[in-house]
Each structure stands twice: as structure tokens, then as C-alpha cells.
Design a protein around this ligand. Structure first.
Ligand code: PHE
Length: 369
């Protein structure tokens, strides 16, 4: 007669015998401890704790055991599996921390390493400076005008009331071109662009002239810290009805404030230019010391003011030479050195740094203005 097999010893059932379970658990723990990284641990998990692992198989055997053996076998298997799962979780945590630390080291960026990118370079400060000046006037509705650097003697001098025998011709140390009878000069100032504009455009009530003319000019000067045979000027010309010295002063004050900051104004000192009458030298209140305690100021060297350029009311003789009705229209003109302006604006000691093409200078001063 068959009945419950009370003599059954679960310890003897192969898959769930303590020895087998211990062996399976120890093998699992050893493999877990030896897993070098998360990838390996994943394989270990599937082999030792997955559906087909010895411990999972043992677990499935429980149902086949006689009822009185199941509890003890279940406990033993449960403990073994618990130990394995705990070890897996602990190893997983350790490997994750290791992995993160490794990624931090491997993917670290050394921001102090020299870059191998080509330097971007910068635009020359004279280019950006001339553009800044032009922008200030374009914002007021002025136009930008240009002329050739090899200029007709007549436009550089005669049209501007500097006749052949005018003593002021010698003030402008002119480069003449050969042969002498071609009457071409390297322009000594940007003022011939005034004459060109008036001759080309004329003026009407509807189309007055407001032009700003930046450009390169030439004089037979030495090349030293404050002189150069080639330099840059910016010229302004306004021809309209009832133009007065007040318009000129207001325009230059606005120009100064835009270039050097609010509150920087100009003053006029009487002067002489053949093409303007009256004429004035323009000074700029020192934008560093603003005229206060200027003795120690390195920018204006104690003056409180910085010489900036020349200006005046366009001489009616110039208007007439350029085909403008001087009984109906009047105008003002001004001219200043761009290089000089940049020198004191940036505190440059030597004019030559502007011309020598050192990229370190260009990068330092050309990126910002
Ligand atoms: N052309 C003059 C110079 O080069 C500057 C100037 C321009 C003066 C316009 C008055 C009016 O010195």
C-alpha cells in the first residue's frame, strides 16, 4: 500500500542537496566577486541567478518534493538565492561607482590644453575704427563717400581754394607723381572728396549733401612714433540751407560723445584753412580725466583737452569752384586723423604699431572698439 513516504530524506535529493546548493551558491558568489565590470556582471547574473541557473532549477524542484520536505528545501534554496541576489546588488553598486569614476577620468576635458584650431584672427583696428566712425554718421542719415588716393592736383588743391601760389600749399608736404605735367598727387587730405561729391552730386533743397569720407592720405613725413608718410583721415561735409557754426559744433559734439562717451564735448580754437572761413581747430575734452586734475593724466598730458582735427564753414569760393550756388547754400566741413584718434582712444604710444601688421596687435585691438 502506498502512503506518504515519511522516510524520504530531502537532503538526499540531488538538485536540492545542501552540498549541491552550497556549491551552486559558492560558484555564484565567486563569479560575482570576480566580475570585473558591469558587462561581465550581467553575464554572471544570467548564469547564476537567471531562469536556467542551478538555483532556479533547484527552486523548481521543490514542487516535486514530498510535502514534508518542501519547507526545509525551500528555506535552504531561498537563503542561497538571497545570498546570491544580495551579492549581485552589492557588486552592481560597487561597479557602478567604479564605472562613473572611470568615465569621469576617461572623458575629462583639460581646458588648459593648447587648442589646435587655427586662430580666428581679427579685423584691423583701422578698418573697424573707420567703420565705427562711418556708422555714427550713417545713423544720422549721412552717406559715406570715397575717392581715389591718386588725385588730381586741381581737386586736392585748386578746387579747395589752394591756388598754385597759395602759401598754404607748402603746409602740405606733397608727394607728386612723375611726370610733373600729369598734375597728379597722392592726396594729402580727404578734402578732395568734398569737391568730388559737390561736383558729382550738386545740391538741391530736396537733396542736400551730408557725407562722411574716411580714407588713406599721404604726406612726405618721416616714419616715426608720431608721423607716417601714409595715414588715415575722416572728412565730413554738410551742404544745406542756412548751415551755421552751431550745426558744426552740435555735430562734432555728438560725434565725440558717440566715440568717447556721454559728456565728452569739443571746443573750437580759431585757425586757418583756405577751404573754410571761419576755421577752427577742434579739441576734445579729455575722455580720461574730463579736465579734472589733468596734471597727472597721461592721455591729455596735463592739457585737459586733446587736439582732434580741423573744421569750419565751407569757404564760398570752394562752393563756387564746385558748382554750388553760394548765395543759396552754405556748409560746414571737418577733418581728423583716424590713426591719431585710435592712438589716444586706445592709449597707443607708437603710431607704427598700427601699420606693422603684427597679429597680436590686431587681435588685441581689432576685436573690440
Ligand atoms: N583737410 C584738413 C587737413 O588735412 C582738415 C580739414 C578738413 C579742415 C575740413 C577743415 C575742414 O588738415
Amino acid at each position: 500500500m502506498s502512503g506518504p513516504n515519511t522516510d524520504f530524506d530531502p537532503v538526499e535529493v540531488a538538485a536540492v542537496s545542501p552540498a549541491e546548493l552550497e556549491a551552486a551558491r559558492d560558484a555564484a558568489l565567486a563569479a560575482i566577486a570576480a566580475a570585473p565590470d558591469l558587462e561581465a556582471l550581467k553575464a554572471v547574473r544570467s548564469e547564476h541567478a537567471g531562469d536556467r541557473s542551478p538555483l532556479a532549477l533547484a527552486n523548481r524542484e521543490i514542487g516535486a518534493l514530498p510535502p514534508q520536505a518542501r519547507k526545509e528545501a525551500g528555506q535552504r534554496i531561498g537563503q542561497a538565492r538571497g545570498a546570491v541576489n544580495q551579492a549581485l546588488a552589492a557588486r552592481q553598486a560597487v561597479l557602478e561607482v567604479e564605472n562613473e569614476a572611470r568615465i569621469l577620468v576617461e572623458e575629462a576635458v583639460d581646458v588648459t590644453l593648447p587648442t589646435d584650431r587655427d586662430p580666428v584672427g581679427a579685423r584691423h583696428p583701422l578698418t573697424t575704427g573707420a567703420e565705427l566712425i562711418a556708422d555714427i554718421f550713417v545713423a544720422m542719415g549721412w552717406e559715406v563717400a570715397e575717392g581715389p588716393v591718386i588725385e588730381a592736383e586741381w581737386l586736392n588743391f585748386d578746387a579747395l581754394n589752394l591756388g598754385p601760389d597759395h602759401p598754404a600749399r607748402t603746409m602740405q608736404d606733397t608727394f607728386w607723381t612723375a611726370p610733373a605735367d600729369n598734375h597728379l598727387v597722392l592726396r594729402t587730405h580727404t578734402s578732395p572728396v568734398q569737391a568730388r561729391t559737390m561736383l558729382a552730386r550738386g545740391v538741391t533743397d530736396e537733396a542736400p549733401i551730408y557725407v562722411v569720407c574716411p580714407g588713406r592720405v599721404f604726406r612726405t613725413d618721416e616714419y616715426d612714433a608720431t608721423h607716417s608718410p601714409m595715414f588715415h583721415q575722416v572728412e565730413g561735409l554738410a551742404i544745406d540751407k542756412d548751415i551755421s557754426m552751431a550745426h558744426l559744433k552740435g555735430t562734432l559734439d555728438h560725434f565725440a560723445a558717440q566715440m568717447f562717451g556721454d559728456g565728452i564735448t569739443t571746443r573750437f580754437r580759431p585757425s586757418y584753412f583756405p577751404f573754410t572761413e571761419p576755421s577752427a581747430e577742434v579739441d576734445l575734452i579729455c575722455f580720461v580725466c574730463r579736465g579734472v586734475d589733468s596734471d597727472a593724466c597721461r592721455t591729455c598730458r596735463g592739457e585737459g583737452w586733446i587736439e582732434w582735427g580741423g573744421c569750419g564753414i565751407v569757404n564760398p569760393r570752394v562752393l563756387q569752384a564746385c558748382g554750388i550756388d553760394s548765395s543759396k547754400y552754405s556748409g560746414f566741413a571737418f577733418g581728423m586723423g583716424i590713426d591719431r584718434t585710435l592712438m589716444f582712444r586706445h592709449g597707443l604710444e607708437d603710431l607704427r604699431t598700427l601699420f606693422e601688421g603684427d597679429v597680436r596687435f590686431t587681435t588685441a585691438f581689432g576685436s573690440e572698439l
